[in-house]
Design a protein around this ligand. Structure first.
Ligand SMILES: [Zn+2]
Length: 306
């Protein structure tokens, strides 16, 4: 079923972003567009598109929390997870998933929201927004190092970043080297994500669903397959069902268009409980998890007590 969508209200954007940021995005569009940072370009339609993207996540939240359906996927662009309270970044104007979470708190009074960010880049904006919030758990698995061992965009998301003040312990980061594959992500789900979800007992699960961790993606170096994405989504949905939590996914990155389309399809099929799509792109030859990575997972588990 397709849900009707309307743009977010400025008030909902201001629940996440500064008014200065909101006005900057609006002014850029009114002026015909331009660069907001080195790689975030806007045109005259960008403000409306960004308001509609945030509104789409709100529509998904409304649909699952009113009982109209159990799961929704906001097929939006621009993406949102790099947008911080005060600035646009990394193709992101407004932080759509954060707008959805704040909206669910305000309108439905939710007290335990869990955000899963499987985009290949760290969701630095989402982390910033909820870093001291004890009611929103933010989990991100991402590429942290490039193939040559340098910091990978945006350069944040070390495992020691676990939240601060009242939000201490409500942020979990899994920073990976290049080349990690389906098997590593399955381990991360099994050892870290699923135990965290069971402990948090979320009333709502939001997914920042990027598909740039696919092995064919031109912007990153993680080796997930379409079958791997499907499996991860299916496990997450199974646990959401076990916990009675509705799920809203929102599209983030993904720059190999075929992998993006198939990845989205695999998530939607998992949400429907339908058979996963055949993976015509296959699985690359890749190395099994190294001892270093297994040790990293152990440190993260110890930091979070799971
Ligand atoms: Zn990304």
């Amino acid at each position: 079923m397709w849900l009707p969508v309307r743009p977010a209200d400025e008030e909902d954007i201001r629940a996440v972003h500064t008014d200065i940021h909101l006005q900057r995005v609006l002014t850029a569009s009114l002026d015909g567009g331009g660069y907001l940072d080195a790689d975030t370009f806007t045109n005259s339609a960008s403000y409306d598109a960004a308001m509609m993207a945030a509104g789409a996540v709100q529509a998904g939240v409304d649909a699952v929390l009113s009982g109209e359906c159990r799961r929704a996927f906001a097929l939006v662009r621009p993406p949102g997870h790099h947008a911080t309270p005060g600035r646009a970044m990394g193709f992101c104007l407004f932080n759509n998933v954060a707008v959805g979470a704040r909206y669910a708190q305000r309108v439905y009074g939710l007290q335990r929201i869990f955000i899963v960010d499987w985009d290949v880049h760290h969701g630095n904006g989402t982390q910033d927004i909820f870093y001291t919030d004890p009611d929103v758990f933010f989990f991100s698995v991402h590429q942290y190092l490039s193939t040559t061992g340098e910091l990978f965009y945006p350069g944040t998301g070390q495992w020691v970043e676990i939240g601060f003040g009242p939000g201490q312990g409500t942020t979990a980061n899994v920073p990976l080297p290049a080349g990690m594959n389906d098997a590593v992500y399955r381990q991360i789900w099994h050892l870290i994500l699923i135990p965290l979800l069971r402990r948090w007992q979320p009333e709502l699960i939001l997914i920042s669903a990027g598909y740039d961790a696919h092995w064919r993606d031109p912007l990153a170096n993680i080796h997930l397959s379409i079958a791997g994405f499907g499996h991860l989504a299916r496990r997450l949905i199974q646990v959401a069902d076990e916990l009675g939590a509705p799920v809203v996914a929102t599209l983030e990155g993904g720059y190999d268009l075929e992998a993006l389309a198939l990845g989205v399809l695999s998530t939607i099929r998992a949400m429907q409980g339908a058979p996963l799509p055949v993976d015509p792109l296959g699985t690359p030859a890749s190395t099994p998890p190294t001892l270093d990575v297994l040790a990293l997972l152990d440190r993260i588990r110890a930091a979070h007590g799971v």
